[in-house]
Design a protein around this ligand. Structure first.
Ligand SMILES: [Zn+2]
Length: 310
């Protein structure tokens, strides 16, 4: 259990598809007669793998979300992990276009109903949540529009935000019309930026696409950190994920970001693939040299900027 700093603890960034319970994944694979990918088993033991190995492991878990009931179970896995670590809120990224259209493994209705079931149950256990719809940056803005075509007509109330993820392959200025449409529809705007792409993506996402929240932001330079601080832009930082997927960024910039006045908070990203929880993420932050006051600041930002508590 995390020591209380007086703020409700929030897991500020986790992906439904990457947060499955490993025992559940093992059971589902067995039931279906599927071999677990070697990459997934290796990552569960803490091995470091190239990005492709992570993607293979992530996609295997995602492929199991093919019914309302399994989506409910996945949402509950998020809830149990979060609650066990002392969290009372989670901002949950979900990729409806990937599951419904790209893979065609579940209907949109069953995805939303499964989430609704799981998140209502989570709420009764004491966990508040909001859903952020994720689009794939490197699929480009046409794909982004297709994501919005899919989710906007009958958007459930728990969907609060729109984000890009994946590889930062398309300049954010090209994504600007997609973000503008999402904002006009009442969604909050986030982007994975400065993770696998250059730090200049963080600046572009804010200045050219109107993004109001950054996921990771690891490669931001000092001028960009100043911009983030000046505009009070929240940044979700996920130490375990960063160690696995952005291992070249050393030392981890979290202490530097906090010193610059950036509103950083902690998230778990893909805890079903790269095992962690909010408590271990906090320990990882402490191991970067942060003190109690810094950890309390992370908790404070985590609660104040969370969309699930808004
Ligand atoms: Zn993420």
């Amino acid at each position: 259990m995390i020591p209380a700093s007086g703020f409700p603890l929030v897991d500020r960034h986790t992906h439904l598809e990457g947060a499955l319970d490993p025992a559940w994944v093992r059971g589902e694979a067995e039931r279906r007669g599927l071999a677990l990918p070697a990459a997934l088993e290796a990552l569960w033991t803490g091995a470091a793998l190239p990005f492709q190995g992570f993607i293979e492991a992530f996609l295997f878990g995602a492929s199991l979300l093919d019914s309302r009931e399994r989506v409910r179970q996945a949402a509950l896995a998020v809830a149990r992990r979060s609650l066990a670590a002392g969290a009372t809120g989670v901002d949950l990224w979900v990729s409806p276009h990937f599951l419904v259209v790209h893979r065609g493994q579940i209907s949109l209705e069953n995805l939303w109903r499964g989430l609704e079931d799981g998140l209502a149950e989570a709420r009764s256990l004491g966990l508040r949540s909001s859903v952020v719809v994720d689009a794939v940056n490197h699929f480009g803005p046409k794909h982004g529009q297709a994501v919005l075509d899919l989710v906007l007509p009958e958007r459930p109330a728990f969907v609060k935000g729109f984000s890009t993820g994946g590889l930062e392959g398309t300049p954010f200025r090209e994504w600007a019309p997609v973000f503008a449409r999402a904002r006009a529809a009442g969604l909050r705007l986030a982007a994975h930026a400065g993770e696998n792409g250059p730090g200049s993506n963080v600046r572009e996402a804010i200045l050219e696409a109107g993004v109001e929240r950054i996921v990771h932001g690891l490669r931001a330079d000092d001028a960009t950190l100043a911009l983030l601080a000046e505009r009070h832009i929240p940044v979700d930082v996920c130490p375990r994920s960063n160690a696995g997927l952005a291992a070249d960024v050393q030392p981890h910039p979290l202490p530097r970001m906090l010193r610059a006045g950036v509103r950083c908070a902690l998230g778990t990203d893909d805890p079903g693939v790269l095992p962690c929880d909010l408590a271990s993420e906090r320990e990882a932050a402490r191991a970067m040299g942060l003190e109690e006051a810094d950890l309390a600041l992370l908790d404070r930002h985590g609660a104040e900027d969370a969309w699930c508590l808004a």
